[in-house]
Design a protein. Sequence first.
Length: 214
Amino acid sequence: MKSLKLAFIIVLVLFLVDKLIFFCLANVEKKVLTGEGVGKLNQFDLVKDTTKYIVFGNSRANHNVNPEVLGKSAYNIGVGGRKMAFSATLIQTLPKKKKQFVFLQIDPAYVFDTTYVGNDIDALYVKYHQNKIIKSKIDEIHKENVFSLFFWSLDYNGLVFSILSNRLQPKYDYNHYRGYDPIVNTKEQKEMFIKRINNLSYNKIAIKAIFHLG
C-alpha cells in the first residue's frame, strides 16, 4: 500500500512539474517572433486571420515568392524541408468565413512518393497542446508522441535553446519581415553565371519559332 501511495505521489509530482515547465516555456515561446521554426510559426498565427494572400510550401516557396509582389496584405509561410502535411494543416487553421487567396507550392514528387508518411508535421508539435486543429491532424496521421500526452513539455523537445536565443536576441525586426528569404548569390556565383551565359550559343530555329508566335 505504501509503495502504491509513493508511486502515486511521484507521478503527481512529475505531472505538476511537467505542467509548470510547459506553461513557463509556452509563455516565453509565444513572445518569440523571429527564427524559421517557432518564430515564423508565431508570426503566421498573428497575421493569418487578417492577411489576404498567403503562400505555403517548402524552401522553393520561401526563397522564390516575394509576398510584396502580391500586395500589402501578403505573407509567405514557406519553410524549408516541409511537405504536404505541414502546409495542409496550417491552411486548415485559416478562418473559415474570410475570403483569402492561398498559394500552395507542391512538388510532383510529393504526390507520387509512396514512402511519404507525413513526418514533416513534426515541426508543428510545438503547438500540439495549444491548437485543437493541429492536435487533431497530428493524431489523425498517427504521428503523436505517446509520452507527450502526459508530459506536455516534450512539445518543446530540441527547441528550448532556439526559443531562448530568439527571445533574448531576435535575429531580425519581424515588423518588416513577411516570410520571404531570397537567395543571395556570392560574387563568385554571379561571375560564374555570367561566364556561362557568355559561352551560350542560341539555336536559330528555336529563336525564329519564338518570333513567329507574335
